[in-house]
Design a protein around this ligand. Structure first.
Ligand SMILES: [Zn+2]
Length: 294
């Protein structure tokens, strides 16, 4: 009897509990929790996007104040220029580019321009800003003849030893000469001594054109030897390094051109030889693109 009583008691208690559970109350609790959760998500999102906005503004301000902003503009314009560079047809003649550094010199460069014109060949000149400033007419004439003009810095300092600000100042100084005389920004750059590093490369943001064949004209100062060195080392896509400040180099150019053309080469400018992709890489020849290790 006692057991049965207990069972009945338990059944009653369960029914009572069921009655005690208030359904509208539960629903209102669920609704309240949902509303609170939604509100916290919306509020959190608003705070995050406000922070993101503030960060974005700070970055924009930093870019505005940054001394490299001008260089970035130069880069954008240079890339625009390079996009127009012709892409080489693989079925066409093998090509090489002759490049002349350290000029212009009033003693030697006009004679070189005359030879190039006679041979109907265009070359690439990596001019020094200091010489460009003294002889703007020679550079203008070189460009007018269809040659390509690049920068070789203002006065041949080793950029690796310059501070980032000094390198930018040097580059911008030469760029002003390009703008006022040639109506363009520096399209390509050859670092003095071929010396650069990742810091300089990423700062100047201009394609760095090195060379794959050194004519050793600065060493031999002998026209015959210059022609032989070029002939022995040249291959399709080569970029040949020469200097238009030596009379022996200028005297060799005619035979260098003849010998290259006899070997079936077409002589073109650097932009015609290379197709740039806008990267700030070092270009040594048609197929060789390298990045410095440090
Ligand atoms: Zn040089």
């Amino acid at each position: 009897m006692i057991i049965i009583k207990e069972v009945y008691y338990l059944k009653d208690r369960r029914n009572q509990l069921k009655k005690e559970i208030n359904l509208p109350f539960i629903i209102s609790v669920i609704v309240l929790v949902t509303v609170l959760l939604t509100l916290s998500i919306i509020l959190g999102h608003a705070i995050t996007s406000k922070e993101q906005k503030r960060e974005k503004l700070a970055t924009e301000q930093k870019i505005k104040e940054h001394p490299l902003k001008k260089t970035q503009l130069v880069l954008d314009q240079a890339n625009e220029h390079l996009k127009k560079a012709k892409v080489h047809d693989p079925k066409a003649k093998p090509r090489v580019a002759l490049t002349f550094d350290d000029g212009p010199s009033p003693k030697t460069t006009p004679e070189l321009l005359k030879i190039l014109k006679e041979k109907k060949v265009n070359a690439t000149f990596f001019v020094l800003g200091a010489n460009f400033e003294k002889n703007p007419e020679i550079v203008k004439q070189a460009k007018k003849d269809g040659n390509e003009i690049g920068s070789h810095s203002f006065n041949h300092k080793n950029f690796v030893y310059l501070s980032t600000e000094q390198a930018v100042a040097d580059h911008n100084r030469v760029n002003e000469l390009f703008k006022s005389n040639l109506n363009m920004d520096i399209p390509i750059f050859r670092p003095p001594y071929g010396s650069t590093n990742k810091r300089i490369l990423s700062t100047l943001k201009v394609p760095n054109i090195m060379w794959s064949v050194d004519s050793l004209d600065w060493k031999s100062k002998n026209s015959q030897m210059i022609q032989q060195t070029v002939k022995q080392n040249v291959k399709p896509g080569s970029i040949v390094l020469m200097h238009d400040i030596y009379p022996t180099t200028v005297a060799s150019v005619g035979i260098v051109i003849d010998s290259l053309q006899e070997s079936g080469y077409e002589i073109v400018t650097v932009s015609e030889l290379l197709s740039y992709d806008g990267e700030t890489a070092l270009y040594f020849s048609q197929s060789d693109k390298q990045q410095p290790k440090s």
